[in-house]
Structure formats: structure tokens, C-alpha cells
Design a protein around this ligand. Structure first.
Ligand code: AMP
Ligand code: ZN
Length: 112
């Protein structure tokens, strides 16, 4: 999608600090980290949110979870949290599906 921030980041049109990339997804460090390690994993294809996952695009979501396991292992992260906010009331500010991976500090539950 031409006016989507994360589509532009995935395409390399806006700079980011890459963690991992393949043909399906892109991972990069969050610009405003909420934990000592905080990166985002996004599908390269534009999916607006978790609420728009379908049988047509869910393979990318499954792949992203494989990538999260692989990358966290490579970074030596054994304890981490994966979060996806869906909709503004839940805290979604960028309408392109993304999974936050947060690690390196104690986490509270329930989230705020
Ligand atoms: P959410 O608020 O759940 O939609 O998450 C969006 C995340 O994107 C926030 O944590 C922002 O800090 C992060 N973010 C926004 N712009 C950028 C950017 N240019 N590079 C990296 N992270 C960004
Ligand atoms: Zn997009």
C-alpha cells in the first residue's frame, strides 16, 4: 500500500534498523523501545491488523512465528513477550499488521 509507513519500511524506502528479512517478512528495531530489546516483525504484504487475517494470508502469520522463534534464539532471548495491538483502543497506531517482540525486563500482567 503506497501510503503505509510499514510497507515503505519493508520496501526499504524509509530507513530502519534491520533484525531479519526474508521474502515473506521483515523485522526491525522499534524506534521507541519499551524494553531493552524491542523489535517488530511485519509481513511484507499489507495486512491491516490481526483482525484481517484470513485463510488467504495466514501462512505469513505462521511464518512470522517461526521467524520470531529463530531470531530470539539467535539473539539469546529465552524470555520475551509477543504483542499485536488490533485497533486504536487496543493501542494500534500503525495500520499494518506487526508483532512486537519485547525482552530484557520484568513484564507485568495484565498489560495496561
Ligand atoms: P502499535 O502502536 O502497536 O501500532 O506499534 C507501532 C510501533 O511502531 C510503535 O511501537 C512505534 O514506536 C513503532 N514505530 C513507528 N514508526 C517507526 C519507525 N519509523 N521505525 C521503527 N519503529 C517505528
Ligand atoms: Zn502496509
Amino acid at each position: 500500500m503506497s501510503d503505509c509507513l510499514f510497507c515503505k519500511i519493508a520496501a526499504g524506502d524509509i530507513p530502519s534498523k534491520k533484525v531479519y528479512e526474508d521474502e515473506v517478512c521483515y523485522a526491525f528495531y522499534d524506534i521507541d523501545p519499551q524494553a531493552p530489546t524491542h523489535f517488530l516483525v511485519i509481513p511484507k504484504a499489507h495486512i491491516p491488523s490481526c483482525g484481517a487475517v484470513t485463510g488467504e494470508n495466514s501462512a505469513a502469520v505462521a511464518h512470522i512465528f517461526e521467524v520470531i522463534a529463530k531470531v530470539t534464539q539467535e539473539l539469546g532471548l529465552t524470555d520475551f513477550r509477543v504483542v499485536s495491538n488490533c485497533g486504536p483502543q487496543a493501542g494500534q497506531s500503525v495500520p499494518h499488521l506487526h508483532f512486537h517482540v519485547l525482552s530484557g525486563r520484568d513484564m507485568t500482567w495484565p498489560p495496561g
